[in-house]
Design a protein around this ligand. Sequence first.
Ligand code: COA
Length: 172
Amino acid sequence: MVLPEDPKYALKKVDEIREMVDNDLGFQQAPLMCYSRTKTLLFISNDKKVVGCLIAEHIQWGYRVIEEKLPVIRSEEEKVRFERQKAWCCSTLPEPAICGISRIWVFSMMRRKKIASRMIECLRSNFIYGSYLSKEEIAFSDPTPDGKLFATQYCGTGQFLVYNFINGQNTT
Ligand code: COA
């Protein structure tokens, strides 16, 4: 975990990784609310490569995704295809939240190995000293289709919290 008060070389590395992650995401990400309050988790492989990155920030509010009724879906493949095509909506009612996941990324060759899940577990126990965040206290910033599939599985519901969504209120 890299914190804002860590040595410059560590912050520089985090900046480089964030830039690479933003390029990989392929779209303009909402800017971080306050750099001085972010916590960055890096997942380092046995061969000392950064294969996962999670950037978290303090937030106050999240908005619940409104789950759409799914058509009858038979296979996992169909579910993924459907998820990639459809838009998503969220409630305009703010709900208290503590931790915003601004970015979560895993190197493409290493996906579906629970790296993102492990990073979030680690985040939950380290974001606030001495406390373990519940899944209800975490919100995802404007999730991608992959992010939505992941968050739905991780949170155990499609109605997880989001924030920073484009065209929405930005009241974090
Ligand atoms: N399609 C369907 N289900 C998915 C999924 C996907 N692309 N990614 C994760 N899941 C679900 C699965 O149920 C998975 O469990 P399983 O592999 O046993 O079926 C579960 O979530 C846990 O996934 P995990 O292995 O912990 O996630 P990951 O390490 O592969 O990382 C992302 C998930 C989203 C971080 C990764 O796909 C990624 O970096 N994508 C590109 C960047 C991005 O879109 N980030 C999200 C920003 S909100």
